[in-house]
Ligand binder design. Structure first.
Ligand SMILES: [Zn+2]
Length: 247
């Protein structure tokens, strides 16, 4: 991998971290971000890096086995989670945060139902991975399972994770997830939120496809054509930004 590509990835991660902090999605060191660099390497934030002032030097580059190939700092303690997501779902970028509303909702439900059509960009309903200690293989495995067919998952008593084809896409998925969790929380405070049923979800997907908005994910209960592919954005899938329907 060229040093130019590595430095570009480190700079892109640093800028995204500062942006996540500025938007209140990460406070202090409470998150980690990674970005694929070529086929076999991943740039990832170092352990203990503060997001609001994160610099490219605080981004290390590892191979898919977790060995450092560029940088001086140890990668985040959630390295195994990030690498597991790359190995199983092959995204371009992964964002993990302790965003306040996503974390709060994950304290009280096992799954956030698909209460708004924009949640189809995340794969529909969002599962909550059972709690396990940070940095453990048990946590990584629980989150990987919760991400099946999804671009986002909540982590009980911990936070949230999203992935996308690009880093801006993954950041946008994190924002969308936080928005959906706030929506669900506000609705649940005054009544029982109504979820979109499978027919309604499919109609949205068909409408988005007809209008050329791309591959809004199919609900995995339907097994329509789109779900036969991995239901996450890849180079062949538009990013969330590209496929987002109008509000
Ligand atoms: Zn965490």
């Amino acid at each position: 991998m060229s040093s130019t590509a590595v430095e570009a990835a480190r700079a892109e991660i640093a800028a995204s971290c500062r942006s996540l902090a500025a938007r209140g999605l990460v406070v202090g060191t409470a998150g980690n971000v990674s970005l694929r660099v070529g086929a076999r390497q991943v740039a990832i934030t170092a352990t203990g890096a503060r997001f609001e002032e994160l610099t490219p030097e605080q981004v290390s580059v590892v191979d898919l086995e977790g060995r450092i190939v560029h940088g001086d700092l140890a990668p985040t303690s959630e390295l195994a989670l990030h690498l597991g997501i790359y190995r199983r779902y092959d995204p371009g970028a992964v964002v993990h945060t302790h965003a306040p509303l996503s974390t709060a909702v994950g304290l009280v439900v096992d799954e956030v139902p698909c209460v708004h059509y924009q949640m189809l960009l995340l794969g529909g309903s969002v599962r909550v991975a059972p709690y396990a200690t940070f940095g453990t293989p048990e946590l990584a495995e629980a989150v990987l399972a919760a991400l099946d067919g999804r671009a986002a998952a909540l982590m009980a008593n911990h936070g949230a994770v999203t992935h996308a084809a690009t880093l801006p896409g993954a950041v946008e998925q994190t924002e969308l997830l936080e928005w959906a969790c706030e929506l669900y929380w506000r609705a649940a405070a005054i009544g029982t939120p109504k979820a979109l049923d499978t027919d309604a979800q499919l109609a949205v997907i068909n409408a988005a496809t007809q209008r050329g908005y791309g591959t809004t994910r199919s609900p995995d209960t339907t097994r329509s054509a789109d779900t036969t592919r991995s239901a996450h954005p890849t180079a062949a899938h538009p990013t969330a930004a590209e496929e987002r329907p109008p509000r």
